[in-house]
Design a protein around this ligand. Structure first.
Ligand code: 3PG
Length: 322
């Protein structure tokens, strides 16, 4: 994956903003970064776009800036000269795509049909904006289209908000979700930057969807593990499910057949995308034990343990099920 696309994947959320005055640019970018979102797409829907991109790129080095609603080669040049690192178009504009490819500029063209996607593929592009996503059927439509184009990844935008955001992130073809709901023009005009920080944090919380998935109980051997599992099963009518290294009593208790990680056992935290969660937690200084990685059938990271215990528990991330 291209480095800039990887950064977009890591952030997971692309706030789309229309800035009416350059004075709004930096406080908006700063608010997003404070809320944990290191990406912004400044749209060329307003006259202040170019100057705003320039102002953000000079003064906020932590944010990845893209330009959106790019409709002409002139705007491509203005955006790139001002410091934009990626460009987004609402539809397939062949002239713009050709120009960007020739210049080595990351372009994410808007697609709304299989034909659009095929045009993007012909240009060698494998990440497209899906727009306007919710009006077109949202994640179900993306999944249906995706069946025919397994190599294509999507940046859906249009009608996405905190209520429907979580529907997107369980699908591994989603690079990120974009939209105006985090920093809309009303919030920006009224200088509600605290609200933008709050909405950014909320978006990350919904995107990751961290939850305790199960607790792991250590036992010394399989007989003890059986006894513990049967105890839970008899008392609470939990179903007993045998796995290779453990038994499950219901969905939330895992009884290990042998001594396992963690002085007191382990805690599994589920999340929509384990790789993105690893990047996020690594930024907070958390180290991971690469020897504990496991992958699903599609080659996506599905579990990994943190190096350090929390309390006396080993902690691992696990991919949330659909
Ligand atoms: C875009 O340009 O990506 C969309 O206009 C964003 O759509 P939204 O305003 O519905 O979030």
């Amino acid at each position: 994956m291209n480095d800039i696309l990887l950064d977009i994947f890591k952030t997971g959320i692309v706030p789309v903003v229309a800035l009416n005055d350059v004075s709004e640019a930096l406080p908006t970018a700063d608010a997003l970064v404070s809320g944990g979102i290191n990406c912004i797409e400044v749209t060329f829907r307003t006259l202040a776009a170019e100057e705003s991109i320039n102002s953000i790129s000079k003064k906020n080095t932590k944010i990845l800036i893209g330009a959106g609603t790019v409709l002409s080669i002139d705007q491509v040049n203005k955006a790139i000269d001002a410091g934009a690192k990626f460009l987004v178009t609402p539809g397939i504009n062949k002239k713009i795509i050709e120009y960007c490819i020739k210049k080595g500029i990351l372009i994410i063209p808007g697609c709304s049909t299989p034909s659009d996607i095929e045009t993007a593929i012909e240009f060698g592009l494998n990440t497209v904006k899906f727009f306007p996503s919710e009006s077109l059927g949202g994640i179900n439509m993306i999944k249906a289209i995706s069946a025919a184009y397994s190599g294509v990844k999507f940046l859906p935008t249009g009608g996405i908000n905190l209520k429907n955001l979580n529907s997107y992130f369980l699908f591994d073809k989603i690079v990120a979700c974009g939209g105006t709901w985090i920093a809309n023009s009303e919030l920006i005009k009224n200088k509600k930057y605290d609200e933008i920080v709050k909405l950014s944090k909320e978006a990350l919380r919904v995107m990751f969807g961290f939850e305790v998935s199960h607790i792991g109980i250590n036992s010394v051997d399989i007989d003890i593990a059986n006894k513990i599992t049967d105890n839970f099963r008899e008392l609470f009518l939990f179903e007993k499910i045998e796995k290779s290294k453990s038994f499950f009593a219901g969905n939330s208790l895992e009884i290990m057949k042998n001594k396992f990680l963690g002085k007191c056992g382990h805690i599994a935290i589920s999340t929509t995308n384990v790789l993105r969660a690893v990047y996020y937690l690594e930024k907070k200084g958390i180290l991971f034990d690469k020897n504990t990685e496991s992958y699903d059938k599609l080659g996506n990271l599905s579990t990994i343990y943190l190096k350090e215990e929390i309390g006396c528990f080993a902690v691992h991330l696990i991919k949330k099920q659909n």
